[in-house]
Design a protein around this ligand. Structure first.
Ligand SMILES: [Zn+2]
Length: 395
């Protein structure tokens, strides 16, 4: 859909009012009886007078999906996510300030709306500092350097701060200092923690959201109880945890042969966990957190980094992540919330995540019912991203 113009004057006409009729709306718990949802000027509104009709054909209307862990680098990724119903994406490690500027604020083009941490914090000698061509401005010298790091990220436009908890990685004092420097500036902190000890360090440092789950050992009762008591939320990225715990594919090894030092780093990283890292540990951690009431948010770790051994496609991966969360014990309703209302709540995106008048018109029209079978989130008929419609039918 393009904005309509008055052919006589060429001036932009009043924004169109569109009534999506005959849809069953997901309200966070169940589907409504068939009803009508009206959108206008990028928002959901209540007045249907004079609206153009779009027949929802008794389909299911969801709030647009929010992917709570992506890596952003190209405009095509925004289009791809939008096509798959991901209308908001939370960047968890973007190297280039210029690229981010180019990708932000594209909603007037009907593209996925993004937020970003900018560069994540790590220390020299850590796995991440060696694995990727990590810019030195992301390296933190120690606790005394934390305020500089946070100030610089915020000056670059970061919406929240990301820290990489790992061993080897920042020590506890450095993690603590990074989190408190961010909190002093009123910013949320997301901690990467993909093994058990760093996960506990992230909890100790009071990070608000912990992304990934331990693959060397499932979270124990104490760690889970602390997540609950401290009101933390989790973005497990199960799809990525599955990739990391599998042997590297031949194609990946061939690709990495052009970067021998990177291949060595990855192989030595694998060795240090040999025999103990499993997908089952990651899945069990999610199951335990969910049973205890920890909010679980859907995130894919989608990335197309040339040097990443584990590339994940933007958009489609969100549907795979939702399937894996169901396998880990979340109900389909829990998973739909994990991909809509919960990330909106925990990242303070109060203008989206639910289908209600006044909220952004980020909507996903499905042919089939995802409460019956989560795979139905793939039966996308139409997507509205900031009120701009895209039609795409998946068979
Ligand atoms: Zn990531």
């Amino acid at each position: 859909m393009t904005p309509s113009t008055d052919p006589a004057s060429g001036a932009a006409a009043e924004p169109r009012r569109v009534a999506i009729t005959n849809v069953r709306v997901f309200d966070g718990e169940r589907l409504s009886e068939p009803t009508t949802v009206v959108i206008e000027g990028g928002l959901i509104v209540s007045n249907a007078d004079g609206a153009e009709e779009v027949d929802g054909a008794n389909g299911v209307l969801l709030p647009g999906l929010i992917d709570a862990h992506v890596h952003l680098g190209k405009e095509g990724q925004l289009r791809q996510m939008r096509d798959w119903g991901v209308t908001t994406a939370l960047g968890m490690g973007e190297w280039s300030v210029e690229t981010l500027k180019m990708l932000r604020g594209r909603e007037n083009q009907g593209l996925t709306d993004i937020r970003s941490s900018g560069l994540p914090a790590t220390v020299p000698g850590s796995f991440h500092s060696k694995m990727l061509p990590f810019p030195t401005r992301g390296l933190v010298a120690g606790a005394a350097d934390a305020t500089r790091f946070v100030t610089n990220r915020l000056a670059e436009g970061a919406d929240y701060i990301k820290v990489i908890a790992d061993v080897p990685g920042p020590d506890q004092a450095t993690l603590d200092a990074l989190v408190s420097a961010a909190h002093e500036r009123g910013k949320l902190v997301v901690a990467h923690a993909a093994t058990f000890t760093p996960f506990v360090m992230a909890l100790e440092a009071k990070a608000d959201v912990i992304t990934h789950v331990p693959r060397d050992k499932a979270l124990d009762d104490e760690a889970v109880a602390r997540m609950v008591a401290d009101k933390r939320s989790s973005v497990p990225t199960l799809h990525m945890m599955g990739l990391i715990t599998k042997p590297l594919s031949l194609g990946t090894i061939l690709r990495l042969l052009f970067r021998p030092s990177l291949l060595l780093t990855i192989v030595s990283g694998f060795r240090s966990f040999s025999g103990t890292q499993t997908y089952e540990n990651a899945k069990e951690s999610v199951a335990r957190m969910h049973r205890a009431g920890v909010p679980i948010l859907a995130g894919t770790d989608a990335n197309e980094e040339q040097d990443s051994p584990f590339q994940v496609r933007h958009g489609e991966a969100m549907h795979r992540e939702m399937e894996l969360l169901v396998e880990a014990g979340l109900s389909t309703v829990d998973v739909l919330r994990a991909a809509t209302a919960l990330p909106a709540k925990h990242f303070a995106l109060s203008d989206r995540g639910v289908v209600e008048p006044g909220k952004r018109a980020d909507l996903l029209l499905l042919r089939d019912d995802p409460i019956k079978d989560i795979r139905a989130t793939r039966s996308i008929q139409r997507v509205w991203c900031g009120g701009i419609e895209h039609v795409r039918t998946y068979v």
